[in-house]
Design a protein around this ligand. Structure first.
Ligand code: SF4
Ligand code: SF4
Length: 119
């Protein structure tokens, strides 16, 4: 079975462009939405994303909506713990496809890391 993990040097989910996430107000609280929008920078990338290293500059203090955690996903998306793995994989693949493309190196690396066969 494929097992979700975050791969290094990706950062696709740090592309926050609200135009590509029209349902934000459905899963973020008003305060979180404010924080989210305040983080949107150039070309839709999070202002905390370091493009050179492709890492988060505030990783230990990143907001809840940046975290793949049981409680956060249950609360924000109504995802039960046993569904989290599959849901997180789908989310990552969707983000990676949108940002880098479905045949990108990032997608290949992600699929390989989580254990999905090449499609
Ligand atoms: S899209 Fe997924 S694999 Fe890529 S940085 Fe975000 S959580 Fe990690
Ligand atoms: S705060 Fe960090 S993890 Fe969250 S979107 Fe920005 S760079 Fe990515």
């Amino acid at each position: 079975m494929a097992t979700w993990q975050c791969i290094k040097q990706c950062g696709a989910c740090c592309h926050l462009d609200p135009a590509e996430r029209p349902d934000l107000d459905e899963y973020l609280s008003p305060t979180e939405l404010e924080v989210y929008l305040s983080m949107v920078g150039e070309e839709g990338w999070c202002v905390n994303f370091d493009h050179a290293t492709r890492e988060c500059r505030i990783y230990d203090h990143r907001p809840r909506f940046c975290r793949v955690e049981v409680e956060a996903f249950q609360d924000m998306y109504g995802i039960e713990p046993e569904e989290l793995n599959e849901f997180a994989i789908d989310c990552c693949r969707e983000q990676i496809e949108g940002v880098y493309g479905d045949r990108s190196l990032e997608m290949l690396r992600f699929d390989q890391a989580v254990g999905i066969g090449v499609k």
